[in-house]
Design a protein around this ligand. Structure first.
Ligand SMILES: *Cc1c(COP(=O)(O)O)cnc(C)c1O
Length: 706
């Protein structure tokens, strides 16, 4: 059987003439010899004794009222006697569906209505189906859903009936806007609009206004005017007058039926016909670069389609327990409603505005929240769009500060081996010189000074005390190069992407003292460690120190948007600005309001304090869960700090094989180098943590990592 053409009809208002247009369309189609079904999903004001009738599907059923007491159905039958017509849910009170339903003690839901509409369409062998709404687009069906939700769910083209009178433009444009705003269920494909005239035009002036209404709606609403129905009189006159009136109406709306054969113009949600999972992955392999991959022999990728809390759902329906927080970011889990709400609210007001010369509440509020939570003494905030850029800005701050202080010879940075600070040029220059990318770009990178990795391990449950001798190499370097060092940069306590190495907070304290003594600044890169990950709100907190410059990023927005910040003290900020100096940086998307609003919501979640308990709980869960690997062959070290759990192997792991193993075992863990590690969202349950550690131990025991 051929698929019927279906058209939904809504109006700018209750009495816009929807029923007239629907009935006239039915008549025009009937006259053209077509089988027509007219559906009214919800009909209120049904003039019969029972307050509620439902024509099927096991709900409370009263005897069906005679069709001439169901107002719109009676009209359809008068205009198009050969058409089938029915009102699915009939309610006696003449008011909005949600209220009529409440009075009748029933529930109307988009879910049920959609099923019933589809059922009716399937049962009637019509080749044209017309579905008339009730009231306007935002007429409530219940306390959660409006008529637009039904249309969005049905996803048939929608015809808008505009009552052409004073206020028509405003009503029409609001309705058109509402169509695209109901995005929770996808956009409603608008086919076009039809104007109706509820009274004859009083004279040429009014006629001109009505003509202009139609054209300005078409222009501003970017929607075609498909037909203009003149004022129709005689609809309630003698039989002959009625027939003539309906013929006039049918002729007026008939262009709509022609247009329906063309695809609707306003849908943005049509899936490309060839977007099968295989084609998508093939295109990805051919044309997209993933982090640190070859274009010729790219590593395997999986298509993710949905995330929620600690879960990532793949295209084939598999749900994985997330162990990565998407590289330290999704600290509250995915799709946290507070973050999504903040994003949506801000997107309605102002997604972005330049930060040069303008400011806004999201940026200022976030700066206040940040300054309230970071180690005391920091007072100025610079927003960047990624962690690497925040590091570049930190390096520039340090260099500009030293220049402004009359110490231009202090133009080098001292960094720790095993560190990672980002992928841009300046950031690369301070990454670990061996496993970083120095050899690739050696001619271009500034030559920095490197201290050995701090050999003073630190982890949960550790008993070995700090060995002050571990600080000697750093101390010696600073003695040697101190006068040329602008700043020391390090990741406090936890070195992340450079090796997942944890070192003692006393070492950090010693660095702080040495920097102060030698007149160089301390830059703490907390892009990975910030916001509770290590069990302290900031890793600097383990040593109770304040850096001169602090970089944050990654978890700042809870994994929703890219945003980072570089914070500094009044001393450094005013030093740079002395004698008219300015900080020479300004990203285009600096202080992006969407990102700031989400970050603010994320910090508010943190300020509730649940992370303290959660991170401690995860820490002990990881410790217990990974303990069986200690001493196992191939395992060099097992360490846990805060919500970070690491298995360090003796030799590099087979990332590709391991990743497949983990996906097969229902977890998302991405190892690198000699490291198999997790840093799950703080909302991970004990069950999630044991699923993750079981998979990690399994990989080691079964040799899947080789
Ligand atoms: C990830 C990371 C960066 C770089 O951040 P991007 O947003 O990837 O540019 C810098 N420093 C540390 C410590 C990081 O973990």
């Amino acid at each position: 059987m051929a698929v019927p053409e279906v058209l939904c009809i809504t109006g700018t208002d209750t009495d816009a003439g929807k029923t007239l247009v629907t009935a006239a369309l039915a008549r025009a189609a009937m006259q053209a010899g077509r089988q027509v079904l007219v559906l009214k999903p919800v009909q209120t004001g049904c003039g019969h004794g029972d307050s509620y009738h439902h024509d099927g599907m096991g709900m409370r059923i009263a005897p069906p009222p005679p069709s001439d007491t169901v107002p719109d159905v009676a009209t359809y039958r008068t205009a198009a006697p050969a058409a089938s017509a029915c009102a699915i849910v009939q309610l006696a009170p003449a008011c909005s569906p949600h209220l009529a339903a409440r009075q009748a003690g029933v529930d109307i839901t988009v879910h049920d209505l959609t099923a019933q509409v589809r059922d009716h369409i399937a049962r009637h062998k019509a080749d044209l189906v017309l579905i008339e709404g009730a009231g306007g687009l935002l007429t409530p069906l219940n306390s959660n859903e409006v008529l637009a939700d039904l249309f969005a769910e049905l996803r048939f083209p929608l015809l808008l009936v505009v009552a052409n009178r004073l206020g028509a433009v405003n009503h029409a444009l609001l309705t058109i806007e509402a169509c695209s705003a109901r995005s929770a269920r996808g956009c409603i494909p608008l086919a076009g609009f039809v104007t109706t005239e509820t009274s004859p035009a009083a004279g040429p002036a009014e006629h001109a206004i009505r003509k202009d209404n139609a054209s300005i709606i078409a222009t501003l609403g970017r929607l075609p005017c498909l037909a203009a129905v003149p004022h129709i009189s005689g609809l309630h006159g003698s039989e002959n007058a009625r027939e003539a009136a309906w013929n006039t109406a049918a002729a007026a709306v008939s262009p709509v039926l022609e247009t329906m054969r063309r695809p609707p113009c306003h849908c943005t949600r049509k899936a490309a016909p060839d977007s099968t999972p295989e084609r998508l992955l093939a295109y990805d392999r051919e044309h997209l670069w993933h982090p640190y991959t070859s274009a010729q022999t790219p590593a395997r990728t999986w298509e993710a389609v949905y995330t929620r809390s600690t879960r990532i759902t793949l295209r084939d329906g598999r749900e994985l327990v997330d162990g990565m927080s998407s590289w330290w970011c999704a600290i509250h889990g995915y799709n946290h409603p507070a973050l999504l709400d903040a994003l949506q609210e801000q997107s309605k007001r102002m997604p972005h505005v330049m930060f040069g010369g303008l400011t806004h509440k999201p940026a200022v509020e976030l700066a206040q929240s940040l300054l309230d939570m970071v180690p005391q003494g920091l007072a100025h905030v610079f927003y960047a769009d990624s962690g690497s850029v925040a590091v570049e800005v930190a390096l520039k701050m340090a260099l500009q500060y030293q220049m402004a202080a009359g110490r231009p010879q202090r133009n080098r940075i001292l960094s720790l081996r095993g560190g990672y600070h980002g992928d841009t040029m300046g950031a690369m220059s301070v990454c670990d010189p061996e496993n970083g990318m120095h050899h690739l770009f050696s001619g271009m990178l500034p030559r920095q000074i490197f201290a050995p990795r701090p050999e003073c391990p630190y982890s949960y449950g550790q008993t070995t005390p700090y060995d002050p001798a571990s600080f000697a190499p750093f101390s010696a370097l600073l003695e040697q190069y101190g006068d040329s060092v602008a700043a020391v940069i390090l990741e406090p306590v936890v070195q992340g992407a450079g090796g997942m190495w944890f070192y003692h907070p006393d070492y950090l304290q010693a660095v702080r003292e040495a920097c102060t003594r030698h007149g160089c600044l301390l830059i703490a890169d907390e892009i990975a460690t910030g916001f509770g990950r290590t069990g302290s709100l900031f890793a600097c907190g383990h040593a109770d120190i304040t850096p001169d410059i602090l970089c944050v990023g990654k978890g700042l927005t809870g994994g929703v948007m890219s945003l980072a910040a570089t914070l500094t003290t009044a001393e450094v900020a005013h030093g740079i600005s002395r004698d008219g100096g300015v900080l020479m940086h300004g990203p285009t998307y600096m202080g992006n309001p969407l990102a700031c609003a989400v970050a603010q919501a994320s910090l508010e979640l943190l300020m509730r304090g649940n992370w303290v308990h959660d991170v401690a709980r995860i820490e002990s869960g990881l410790h217990t869960g990974l303990h069986p690997c200690t001493g196992h062959s191939g395992v060099r070290d097992v360490r846990v700090l805060g919500a970070i759990g690491v298995l360090e192997m003796e030799t590099p792991v087979n990332t590709e094989a391991l990743q497949r193993f983990f996906v097969r075992n229902g977890v998302w863990i991405r190892p690198f180098g000699r490291l198999i590690y997790v840093m799950p969202p703080y909302v991970a349950s004990d069950e999630d943590i044991s699923t993750l550690t079981r998979a990690m131990c399994g990989a080691v025991m079964e040799g899947a990592w080789r």
